[in-house]
Each structure stands twice: as structure tokens, then as C-alpha cells.
Design a protein around this ligand. Structure first.
Ligand code: ARG
Length: 313
């Protein structure tokens, strides 16, 4: 009896460790969505032509607020860093910038705001062509990562053919004609990445640092106010991890036929991000394949569990 009791406690300890590890690792592994049961699916026209989005499915999305008003979107790179677009911060003083995260409804009461300590705009940002439209926001205090607040992964893969299932999110305007309605509920729309030769043909001002995405149906696109938000996709070979491929940048109108939206090509800026974050004393190191360490450590823990099981037997 005593022997069995000892064996039971021997089994319990690794099991508790395993559960603790599984819970805590979910908080910082990038690009993981939560499987929320109550996702809203009403077909309200939004972002333009999109649907309401649940933050558990896009937990990296943040709202950037200026004097309490929604200015632009952004994405969580790590507990210290938010990625956004340079053009959002023209003549803006970072002491009045705040971000909200872990929420999909801007009208929620008692929202927690996080102050911005430093705003880093790309030194070669061209406000005419919108080339190098990328910015980094260093927060005053680190984000409390966890459920509904998860960093997005980035990747140096620049071949657009490797991506599928791409989505954009934002609190930007939902209609272009008549009164411009800005939603309080986060919106999402699915878009396809287009070949750069075709994009360059319809949008000759496109540079090599931009990519374009849209849909065959007119009326589905990002729009004013969505800038800075993430365009995220899955790799064709890994359907569970989300990567940020683009940053909402510009467009000629929104959702017009044969006029896709234009996004900053994130893969072109990974070295810049690494350098800037290190210089600011809060280095951001991106994972080449974030699903791998999770799987490896899972096997390591199972192995440990097995060894302890044998030892206590
Ligand atoms: N420049 C806009 C902003 O500041 C984003 C426009 C995106 N337009 C588009 N058609 N995708 O919010």
C-alpha cells in the first residue's frame, strides 16, 4: 500500500509539471490561435466586406490609440514590441500613444492601456510612395502575454506561393460610401496574395518592399483605419501556426475591382527589426520554425515522465 502511494506521488509530480508546461508554453509560443467555441459568425459587412473577428483567433492584434482615439492597428511581436506602419505616426508624439490588447471590442469598459516608451520609424520611410512603411513601438512595461494576447510569428520566406489562408484584421472603416462607419468590434477579411508582376501592372507605384492582396469579389479589403494591422497566413505545410506576412499600408480606394490592397513585405525587414530591438536594449529574436521547439520539448517531457515512471515502479 505504502509502495503504491509513493508510486502515485512519483507519477503525480511529472504530470503536474507537464500540465504547467503546456499551459505556460501556450502563452509565449507565437502564432497560435485559441479554439474559442463561441465565435461570432454574423454576416455584417465590415473591414470592408468582412465579418466580426474574435480576439482568440487573432490574439496578436492590438489597437493603437492616440489621445484615446483609435489611430491604427498593430501586432504583438513580443512582450516588449508592437509592429505597425510608419505612415500612422506622421507628426505624432509618442507620449500620447497607448495600445489596447487582448480585446476585440473597443467599447469594453475598464480597458487596460499600455503606454508606449519609444517609437521607431523606418529611417527610409518615403511618405510619398509609402515605401518602407514599417514602425516598431517599444512599450513602457511588458505585455502580460497569455490567452488572447499571443505574439505573431514572422518568417524570412519571401516566396508568396508558400502561403495560404491569409487574413487581415482591423477596426478600420466598414463602408466607403455615405457615412464612414468605424466599428467597435474587430473585423476580419480573407484575402489572396497576388503575384508581384500582376500587382506591379495594376499598381505601377508598387516597390519591391510591398506586396498586394485582395479577392476576386469586389468589396472585400482592408480600408482607412486598418493601417498597421497584420496580414497573417499559414504555411502551406503547417496549418496551425500563423505568420505575419504583411502590414496594412495603402490602397486606391477600398475593395475596388482589380485594385488589391497594398501591404509592407515583412520578410524584407527582419534584419532591421533585429537590429533596432537589440539597439533599444530589448532584443527580439524570431523563431525560424516556432512549432518545432514546442514539439521537441513535449517529447523531452514525455521521455522524462517515462524515466520517472520506471524509477518509481
Ligand atoms: N492607409 C490606410 C490607413 O491608414 C490603409 C488603407 C488600406 N487600403 C486598402 N485598400 N487596403 O488606414
Amino acid at each position: 500500500m505504502k509502495r503504491w502511494k509513493g508510486r502515485r506521488t512519483g507519477l503525480l509530480l511529472p504530470l503536474v509539471l507537464l500540465l504547467f508546461w503546456a499551459y505556460s508554453s501556450l502563452a509565449w509560443i507565437c502564432g497560435q490561435e485559441m479554439h474559442a467555441r463561441s465565435q461570432q459568425q454574423n454576416s455584417v459587412s465590415a473591414i470592408v466586406g468582412g465579418k466580426p473577428a474574435n480576439i482568440s483567433k487573432f490574439p496578436w492584434h492590438v489597437g493603437i490609440m492616440y489621445h484615446g482615439n483609435h489611430l491604427c492597428g498593430g501586432s504583438i511581436l513580443s512582450e516588449w514590441w508592437v509592429l505597425s506602419a510608419s505612415h500612422c505616426f506622421d507628426q505624432i508624439n509618442n507620449s500620447n500613444l497607448e495600445i489596447i490588447y487582448g480585446r476585440d471590442d473597443l467599447s469594453t469598459e475598464n480597458m487596460t492601456y499600455q503606454k508606449v516608451d519609444k517609437l521607431i520609424l523606418h529611417p527610409k520611410f518615403d511618405d510619398w510612395l509609402l515605401d518602407n512603411d514599417i514602425a516598431l513601438l517599444l512599450l513602457k512595461t511588458p505585455l502580460n502575454l497569455g490567452i488572447n494576447r499571443i505574439p505573431i510569428c514572422v518568417s524570412d520566406l519571401s516566396d508568396l506561393q508558400l502561403w495560404k489562408n491569409c487574413w487581415v484584421t482591423g477596426w478600420g472603416i466598414t463602408n466607403v460610401s455615405g457615412i464612414k462607419i468605424q466599428p467597435t468590434k474587430l473585423q476580419k477579411v480573407q484575402v489572396d496574395l497576388y503575384r508581384s508582376d500582376w500587382c506591379g501592372y495594376v499598381l505601377p507605384q508598387l516597390t519591391k518592399n510591398m506586396l498586394c492582396a485582395g479577392t476576386q469579389d469586389t468589396g472585400k479589403d482592408a480600408c482607412q483605419g486598418d493601417s498597421g494591422g497584420a496580414l497573417v497566413c499559414n504555411k502551406k505545410k503547417n496549418k496551425t501556426t500563423w505568420y505575419q506576412v504583411g502590414i496594412v499600408s495603402w490602397g486606391l480606394g477600398c475593395g475596388k475591382k482589380n485594385l488589391p490592397g497594398v501591404y509592407t513585405k515583412v520578410s524584407h525587414y527582419l534584419k532591421w527589426i533585429t537590429k533596432q530591438t537589440a539597439k533599444a536594449g530589448k532584443p527580439y529574436v524570431y523563431e525560424q520554425n516556432s512549432a518545432c521547439p514546442l514539439v521537441l520539448s513535449c517529447w523531452a517531457i514525455l521521455f522524462l515522465y517515462f524515466v520517472m515512471f520506471l524509477l518509481t515502479w
